[in-house]
Design a protein around this ligand. Sequence first.
Ligand code: AMO
Length: 430
Amino acid sequence: MYILSKDFPDHVGTEVTIKGWLYNKRSSGPIAFLEMRDGFSWTQAVVAKAGVTTEVWVDVEKVTHESAVEVTGTVSKHLKKAGVFELQVTNFKILQLAEDYPIALKDHGPDFLLENRHLWLRSKRQWAILRLRDAIITGINQYLHQEDFIKVDSPIFTPNACEGTSTLFAVPYFDLGSAYLSQSGQLYIEAAIASIGRCYDFGPVFRAEKSKTKRHLTEFWMMDAEAAFFEHEDNLRVQEGLIRYIVRYCLEHCQEELAALERNIENLKKVDAPFTRYTYEAAIKKLNENGSDIKFGEDLGNDDEGILTKDSDVPVFIEKWPKSIKPFYMKTDPSNPERVFNDDLIAPENGGEIIGGSQREEDVNVLINRIKAEGLNQADYEWYLDIRRYGSVPHSGFGLGLERVVRWISGTEHIRECIPFPRTIGRLRP
Ligand code: AMO
């Protein structure tokens, strides 16, 4: 019977067949240990020369790394490791004998691995990251639906900027001039909440950012959420609930993956509400007291984020930033017109900024002035201003960078491992 390795616990003592790839092989005289993977887990298949035909043993001896194989055997429990199963092999077939595999089971430099990303994805760490990424996506979808948000897709070709004009990718667009690849679907889901109340989008966004850091991609996946009749505090509450839910979901569903990643799950278990909070002003004060030379009105650097999260087991909100360094759509704080009702959420353990959000300006005239002040072309935003002309309501939302969250929860140093096929300034292949 053909089964997936994840179903071994239901088949102890029975003969089953699994299909997959040979990850590693060790032999000790008349016994061979085949480490196999079928996409669902890693399995050790034990072949005794005496227990198989001569033809099968010849195949076992000649099989190469990453060959596609079919293995039949009896499922047994590992003698020492609970929850681990082995196959006592009765039959073995090579489905395709792999050529010399370029990735050996030793360290390669990052450039070589990135050139071979299509093959590198098969390694255990990358397998774990792909699965964890999927669990994070599932957790996000579940939480938002529980909170009555529904998914509304926003376009990728857009006529205007959402997050500043300096990071736009332009694409020739027939007779209409240039289209720009979306930097965030926010403006579109702001329109949609007037139809359905609460919604989110989830898709690739693009930023022509020249940053060569461990946290920046030129193409990344963003989940933008937006809710009508949500003010600043409601916005922070949902962000906190979402992150808490995602972490718990991963702890529950990704035990094998987190173990493969050697992630310290005790730290993840501490992620609970309430999250730490600083106003931007208090954050600058704390940073200056702790040796940072950041000045009021500047964005936080990596080291600054490190200082602010150092003593916190939970993520840290930095709220109410100076209006002068934030986009036109953020709502001005009436008690301090130089500030806006926004937040950045910084993950602990060097996770960096994982969310940016704000209450949105709902007054059409204030918004027009902000658009002009930023040197944007008002005509491009007339459709967006209509949202304020016809039934404007207080509303808020936020954007979560998926790869930043994957990076933090997986404990991965570089964001390029957190997306299947990374795009950075210097990399477009494979
Ligand atoms: P912001 O520009 O802060 O906000 O982006 C939201 C989140 O996206 C992630 N992020 C990135 N991830 C990888 N590579 C990049 N180059 C990159 N840039 C940003 C971060 C960040 O917190 N429209 C607003 C959101 C909103 O207010 O709804 C926006 O785009 O995790």
